[in-house]
Design a protein around this ligand. Structure first.
Ligand SMILES: Cc1cc2nc3c(=O)[nH]c(=O)nc-3n(C[C@H](O)[C@H](O)[C@H](O)COP(=O)(O)O)c2cc1C
Length: 198
């Protein structure tokens, strides 16, 4: 038996699609930073490395990206969940969210010090669907907390989290690997060889 889902995403419970929660930083016209949580985000191409981000056209994030052509995708750990949700209600410079701007490697918007990884992007192209803007960003620099590189399970360190539905999120606490002897996949205990596609 299957129950039909309404096509209005806002009514989905449970939601069959998750979106990684990130904090996107951009530059306002006056040179100050803007920070906002986003979860409609995914890799789109390897070469060149392209990601796509969905954003309401009225939001500062989208307007800043179209006007100044740069943004940073900052990856918070789940311990920042409350801060992430609060960042929606505040005026939007990075400092107003109680977070620390750190200069980026290649673009003008800052990285967020408390986040654990960062993808610096320049606008490649965009599409609009009604009120929604989809920006395609070319990743021009990436960085991650150095301690993650030496961890047995770097994902347990990152504690990335995903939007499920209103005020609800899920956390990646542990990485698992296929081919290990328990049928849910074995917990990661040794560094895997780099894999391009999951
Ligand atoms: C966890 C979370 C995920 C969100 N994801 C998105 C998203 O993917 N796209 C979007 O347009 N707004 C999203 N929002 C809402 C915006 O973050 C919010 O409207 C924010 O105030 C916009 O700020 P801005 O005008 O500085 O861009 C999300 C909010 C939260 C709390």
């Amino acid at each position: 038996m299957k129950a039909n889902l309404n096509l209005d995403k806002e009514t989905w419970h449970p939601s069959p699609l998750i979106g990684q929660i990130v904090l996107v930083t951009t530059l306002n016209a006056d040179g100050t930073s803007n920070i906002a949580p986003k979860s409609w985000i995914s890799m789109m191409a390897f070469e060149p490395p392209i990601l796509a981000l969905g954003c309401n056209v009225q939001h500062w994030t989208g307007r800043n990206i179209l006007e100044r052509g740069e943004f940073v995708v900052n990856v918070p750990g789940a311990e920042l969940a409350e801060t992430v949700w609060r960042a929606c209600d505040l005026p939007h410079p990075v400092e107003a969210a109680g977070l620390t701007p750190v200069p980026s490697l290649k673009v003008r918007p800052p990285r967020v010090g408390e986040c654990r990884a960062h993808l610096e992007c320049v606008l490649d192209r965009h599409l609009t669907y009604g009120d929604e803007l989809v920006v395609f960003g070319r990743i021009v620099a990436g960085s991650v907390d150095a301690v993650a590189l030496g961890a047995d399970d770097p994902y347990a360190y990152l504690r990335m989290f995903a939007f499920l539905e209103d005020s609800t999120y899920g956390v990646i606490e542990q990485a698992r690997q296929v081919g290990k002897n328990d049928d849910r996949g074995g917990a990661m205990s040794a560094k895997p060889s780099p894999a391009r596609r999951a």
